[in-house]
Structures are given as structure tokens and as C-alpha cells.
Write a protein that binds this ligand. Sequence first.
Ligand SMILES: [Zn+2]
Ligand SMILES: [Zn+2]
Ligand SMILES: [Zn+2]
Length: 271
Amino acid sequence: MKIKLLGTAAAEGIPGIFCNCDICTYARKHGGKDIRTRSQAIINDKYLVDFPMDSYMHSINFDINFYDINHILITHPHGDHFYPQEIEFRCPPYAHGQEGKLLNVYGPGSIKELFPDFPSKQNQDYIKFHKLNAFETYYIDELQVTPMTALHSRDFECFVYLIEHEGKKLLYGHDSGFFPQETMNYLKNTIVDCVLCDTTYGKKIDGNNHMGVLDNFQLRNLLVEQNSADEDTKFILTHLSHNGELTHKQLERMARDNGFIAAYDGYEHEI
Ligand SMILES: [Zn+2]
Ligand SMILES: [Zn+2]
Ligand SMILES: [Zn+2]
């Protein structure tokens, strides 16, 4: 399974769109891996996970023609993960050649609760929303996908995902604090090959809505203890906020010293 992270920031990006803190100032000056756009991933070059406001930029910067995308998994309806206005451009007269080609969008029922008009009436031949239930396994083209509950918004349902392909297992673990017990129970005795960790709070501690690096270390211990991860499981730190007060280099040092990987926009990993 090939995983490419197109964006690795939390809601406001790094630099934060209106922010002038030290981390954002550093990012503007140094560019490169310190610039982080809103979180999105592509699996095996054809399945998108999340659709933030930076999706257009990702398609240009990474030369991905969204014309070819037929499946998008959504974790939850926060704007940095689901930006429906942009998805609606997948129909005439905004897009041509999509006739008879359905774009399938999958996610928690909260998507429909918050955006009852998605997809809009005139686009229903082009876009279909599939409500997924937590802890049910779905076959989405080549992928096997199990949504699990996240510890994130208290107002609506949010998912993390277990994504499987040819025996390889990816735990798409953000946005979430420490996973709810039901999710930990579901993962018990299933060794995953890779975990994408929520590292929003960087050097700070959280665990209730998001995590920091130290929370991520603790998460690994919890997963190893219950036989959901072993010494070969790769832990990747992503979904960073400037409020976590770490430059990419500082994050990389903390990650490397503990056997973790610090992601950046464009980071690729094969499991
Ligand atoms: Zn987020
Ligand atoms: Zn800032
Ligand atoms: Zn969120």
C-alpha cells in the first residue's frame, strides 16, 4: 500500500493564514518542509482521504488529476477535512467528461447532518454520498475500510479508519485524542503496519481532542501493550499546528530519537 501525504497541517495551516507567531514567521522565512497545508492523503495513487480547502493546490502541486478520482473517504466534517463546495465542481459546466462516472464520497452520518444538501440535487448523477457505520467493514474498490470512532468533536460523529489492502494495514488515526475504548477493543490483537498520528499539539500535551508528540509516544505504548502494534509498526506524525510550537527540524529530532517519522507535505510511505 502506498500512502502519500498531500497536506500535514491542522485547520489554519502553517503558517497560520492570519498568524504572526514565531513558528509561522519561521515557516514564512524558511519555506520547504515548514510550510504545511491542510491534511489530505492519497492511497495507491487513487483513493483520497479527506478533502480540505487545499485540495485544489494539492492536485496542482503533486500533479494529480482529480478527474481520475472515484473514491474519497472523509474522516469528519471539519472544514480542514471536508470542503463540499469544491467537490460540487465535479459536474457540468465546471467539469467535462464526467458523464456516467460517479464520484463516491464516504464518511460518518454527521456529514449529512451538517451538510444536508450535499451533494446538491443537480449533481446527484455525479456525486454520491455513502454513510458509513462505525465498526462495519466495507469493500471500497480495492480497499477494505473499517471506520472506528474518534475522540474529537463532542457535537458530531468523527472517524478514524483502519484501511487494508493486500494484507497491509494502515491506521488513519486523526483527528483524535486517545482512541475511545471501543476503538481500542476493535484493534486488540490486530497488528497494524502503519499509524498516522494526530500531532496537532506538538510539544504540548492533550489527548482529549488531538494529541501532542508525547501523547503519540504513549499511544504507541498502549497499542503495543494490546498487541495492535509491534517493533515493525511505523508511526508517522502528522496534522501539525503552529500552536504545537515545533519547527519541522525540531519535530524531526523528537520523532527520530523515539523511532517515529516526522511527516511533511509530499511525504510518501510504502507498507
Ligand atoms: Zn483537522
Ligand atoms: Zn502561528
Ligand atoms: Zn477536526
